[in-house]
Design a protein around this ligand. Sequence first.
Ligand code: 1GP
Length: 251
Amino acid sequence: MSIFGLTEHLSMGLYESILQPRKQFAVLIDPDRAEDPQLDRLLGLAAEAGVDYFLVGGSLLVKDRLEACLTRIKANSNIPTILFPGSPLQIHPLADAILFLSLISGRNPELLIGQHVIAAPYLRQSGLEVLPTGYLLVDGGRPTTVSYMSQTAPIPADKNDIAATTALAGELLGLKLMYLDAGSGAMNPVSSSMIRAVRETISLPLLVGGGIRTPEQAAAAVAAGADLVVVGNVLEKEAGVLLELVGAVKG
Ligand code: 1GP
């Protein structure tokens, strides 16, 4: 109980931390692709760059490396770790918090409530801080693992009104964070005009990710109203760009 109590206490601060009025940066780590030497380098760079959070997870994990990955992060970094799960199989108490994702851009009941019912008792036992998050998948120019695995149609890239009203519905339903995502490895990031439309419609913290590869793209997301920028894919190929990416977000 004391361990759970401690975890709960430490992670109580995470939502408050995300709420802070400063631009923040998260690195997405896919446990399947995080080989130890590359992961260690990324952890070092992240500390140097001032990364705020690690998001850990994936739409489909096939190597059973989640626990090893979380253990390595916890042993070598003080940066808080938030699970970004593709399924309830990715709940793990070594993390600090979890995005409890509702895929509100889609109409797949399993990802709106079904999997949540399965996950709920495990979340309660885990001691993880639960961050109820509206997840909006936006067309990034090609099918992604998340669009296929979720069996949902992404919001068309130019339909800002759909994104804004979907996000508003999520806010009115009581969700605490909104995540606008073109999907990992997207060809095109979410457009500035869509980010702006969502930003002007809701007051929740806005996470934006998917296909962001350059400091210019990261800065554009922030200028349009993103509060927290998420980058994963490009760092698997060129981790060195992290310093510039974080610099672009934090100004
Ligand atoms: C995906 O937003 C994240 O859910 C990060 O996307 O891997 O394309 O940077 P990338």
